[in-house]
Design a protein around this ligand. Structure first.
Ligand SMILES: [Fe+2]
Length: 283
């Protein structure tokens, strides 16, 4: 008889470690249903010791929906464009992955009209110190807002703009090409979104990706976005993950914001593989 699947909470507000699943073996639909429900409940699921191939990573991810292909096509894994590489490693004079980004809390692909449901992030190589990922529960943050602030925020809409993000926060990278920019129109989403499975409400704004609030002076909107994001990412709402090779973390982009912590990029290597499951229009 196989081991039962268990979920052990990682903090009181967000995250659980899932044991009893080997992703390198076929995973049945009934187990996928259990994982989907746990994702909606915990926001972040950790699966340790998953020595999986790119094909197994893609196959498992596809069980949760269609996969998005990232617009930065220079960082897609050769032969497997569903895998987006995040890395500081340079080969043949070129970075093999997206590097030096993600230092501000965000939700992946929030600039798309139908942003990502969730990301499945696999650690292939990590530094002995630094380079952790932090996840903040947008449900816990929303629940903690004063009543008047909840009401005000529920009436706001954020403009999520990758070109703004890139040209403001990623100036160390090569500029976006004309073709990439053409695929990147901003999208406007409610500042408070409802989770389609649990019905819980969470904050959906990012200092890095939300360029402004709709219908408000840009500068004033940015000040308010920063204020809300600072509130929403207090340590009491956050789980910090220390990576080990073989960790697969599946996070719900509808429920949490995440960011990477810095590490000594001149001294250590970090190679992460990400698949990104397509989601639906936020409401
Ligand atoms: Fe991200």
């Amino acid at each position: 008889m196989s081991n039962p699947i268990t979920f052990t909470p990682l903090t009181p507000t967000v995250g659980a470690e899932c044991c009893g699943i080997d992703i390198s073996k076929p995973v049945g639909d009934e187990i996928i249903t259990v994982i989907s429900a746990a994702l909606a409940e915990y926001g972040v699921l950790l699966f340790r010791n998953q020595g999986i191939t790119p094909l197994e990573h893609i196959g498992f991810s596809r069980k949760f929906g269609e996969l998005d292909i990232h617009v930065l096509d220079q960082f897609l894994l050769f032969g497997h464009p569903e895998i987006y590489i995040i890395s500081n490693v340079v080969e043949n004079g070129k970075y093999i992955g997206a590097h030096g980004g993600a230092k501000y809390f965000h939700s992946d692909l929030s600039y798309n009209p139908e942003p990502s449901l969730g990301s499945l992030f696999l650690c292939r190589e990590c530094p002995p110190e630094g380079g952790q990922t932090e996840f903040a529960s947008m449900f816990a943050a929303y629940d903690s807002l004063p009543k008047e602030k909840k009401k005000w925020l529920s009436q706001q809409r954020g403009v999520h703009d990758y070109v703004y993000h890139y040209e403001t926060f990623l100036t160390h990278r090569k500029p976006l090409t004309k073709e990439q920019k053409a695929k990147l129109s901003p999208s406007t989403h409610p500042a408070v979104r409802t989770h389609p499975v649990s019905g819980r409400k969470g904050i959906y704004l990012s200092e890095a990706l939300t360029s402004h609030l709709e219908g408000m002076c840009v500068e004033q909107g940015r000040i308010l976005i920063k204020e809300i994001c600072d509130f929403a990412t207090q340590p009491k709402f956050v789980y910090r993950h220390e990576w080990s090779v073989g960790d697969l973390v599946f996070w719900d982009n509808r429920a949490v914001m995440h960011r990477a912590l810095p590490f000594n990029e001149d001294r250590y290597r970090r190679i992460m593989h990400r698949t990104t499951v397509h989601g639906e229009k936020p409401f």
